[in-house]
Structures are given as structure tokens and as C-alpha cells.
Write a protein that binds this ligand. Structure first.
Ligand code: FE2
Ligand code: FE2
Length: 256
């Protein structure tokens, strides 16, 4: 981005190694990456908000690396419930200081924008959580800078979807409440961005805007009845977060 605007591309839930029906997650991810790589102006950075693989196997992360290779700008990744921390770190975060714990949390700069990357996973479970260590890290990071425009990124969005089986594997209520209390005092957080729910959704947490990005992989059916989760072979999609004039606007772009 050549002027004072800042552009962050966002893709999520690649699920490399999975496959529902005829859907090929690698082919879908390839299409999203190609679209982002061809953008003019080019994004300043890319965030990939988890579920990079289906099973967290090293070979699947090797494939993710290949698929993300066309992106010439910094790519910031984080874990989802289908990921395995060590394998993800070895493949994609070897150069990133994630601190003294196992959690994959870190701060990144995208020009004048701050990105706070959180780890919401519970190994072996599909739901998400921010334990006291992770909340403590975020609290300190927010307290250290109350002015720089900030995006908080995580896999499990801090919102209720109304889709029963998705809410059963969402971010735990206690974590959402603790996060809301932190965000309530952090007006420079312009957006919380996430994946996991495989649909574009918008809500608030602690007065801050929350956005979940539609997935590169298949979508979850929008069904507000108490029904089993269904999947839909909808077009893969990505989002663009543009900081312009001090405001953050989020665009959602499905592929044709
Ligand atoms: Fe997912
Ligand atoms: Fe997920």
C-alpha cells in the first residue's frame, strides 16, 4: 500500500488435509492465496486465523507453507482447534518470539497498525479458551499501548452465533467475559478478527467490533434451529481490513 493507508488481508480455516464431498481444501486455499497475491494495491500483511490443517500433521503444515508461498508480504498465523501447536510453530512460526510459554501469542506491526495475536485453543477439544496466562498477556499488551490502532486476532470469535452446535464449540463464556472486560478499556482496539465459524459474522465484545471471516474451506450452513452442523460448498472467501482516515473498514470478498 503506497500511501498512509494500511491494508491487512485475512484468510482462515484452510483445513489442509480435509475434504468434504468434492471440495478440495488445497485447491480452494490456492485460489484464495492467488487472489490475495494479485491484489493491487498489495496488502501490507496477511493474517491466517487458524485451522490451517485438518489434523495438525507436519506434512500438512509443509503443504500450507507451499500454498502460502506466493504471498510476498509478512504472513501472521495462529492456531485453531484443528492445529497442533508444536507442528505449527516448527513450520510457520520458527522466527517469531512467542514468549516463554507453549502458547502461540505474539505482537506484530503492520506499519502503524498493531496486531495482537492470541491463542484460544484447548488441545484435544474443539472449543476455545483464554486461560489466565493468555488473558494476562493480552491485558499487559493492551495496557502497554492505549493509542496505536490495534487489531486482536484469534481463532474462536468472542461471539454467540445462534447456531447451536457451533456455540457448543465456541469461546468459553468465562473467557468471553474476561476478554470483554479488557476490551472495554481499550478503545484503540478497532476490531477483533477471527475464524472458526466458517461464515462472515459481526458482533461486539466489550464494546469493540468483532468479525469472523468466511473460510477458504467449506462454509457452515446458516441454520438457527437446534440442528446438527451442516456444511455447504460455498465459494471460498477472504476479507480485507483497510485502515484509512483513522477508521478500519472490513471488506468480504467471495471468489467467483
Ligand atoms: Fe475451521
Ligand atoms: Fe475451528
Amino acid at each position: 500500500m503506497p500511501d498512509d493507508r494500511i491494508l491487512l488481508a485475512h484468510l482462515t480455516d484452510l483445513h489442509i488435509g480435509a475434504g468434504v464431498g468434492d471440495a478440495d481444501p488445497a485447491r480452494r486455499a490456492e485460489r484464495v492465496v492467488s487472489a490475495i497475491a494479485a491484489l493491487d494495491p498489495a496488502p501490507d500483511a496477511v493474517v491466517v486465523s487458524g485451522d490451517l490443517t485438518q489434523l495438525g500433521e507436519p506434512a500438512q503444515y509443509a503443504r500450507v507453507r507451499e500454498l502460502l508461498a506466493p504471498l510476498r508480504m509478512p504472513v501472521h498465523v495462529l492456531p485453531g482447534n484443528h492445529d497442533v501447536r508444536k507442528a505449527l510453530r516448527d513450520a510457520l512460526l520458527a522466527d517469531v518470539d512467542t514468549g516463554p510459554t507453549d502458547y502461540l501469542q505474539y505482537e506484530a506491526r503492520v506499519k502503524g497498525l498493531r496486531l495482537l495475536v492470541c491463542d484460544t485453543i484447548i488441545p484435544g477439544e474443539d472449543g476455545g479458551r483464554l486461560c489466565s496466562k493468555r488473558i494476562g498477556w493480552l491485558e499487559a499488551a493492551l495496557a502497554a499501548d492505549r493509542t496505536t490502532p490495534t487489531i486482536v486476532a484469534m481463532h474462536h470469535p468472542p461471539l454467540l452465533t445462534g447456531i447451536a452446535e457451533m456455540d457448543a464449540i465456541g469461546l468459553q463464556p468465562e473467557s468471553r467475559a474476561q476478554l470483554a472486560a479488557l476490551l472495554d478499556g481499550a478503545p484503540n482496539v478497532l476490531r477483533v478478527i477471527a475464524g472458526h465459524v466458517h461464515r462472515a459474522m459481526y458482533s461486539t465484545c466489550g464494546g469493540r467490533a468483532v468479525f469472523s471471516c468466511p473460510s477458504a474451506d467449506v462454509a457452515i450452513r446458516l441454520d438457527l434451529r437446534p440442528a446438527p452442523l451442516g456444511v455447504l460448498d460455498e465459494p471460498p472467501a477472504y476479507a480485507l481490513h483497510l485502515l484509512t482516515g483513522g477508521e478500519l473498514v472490513t471488506h468480504v470478498q467471495p471468489l467467483p
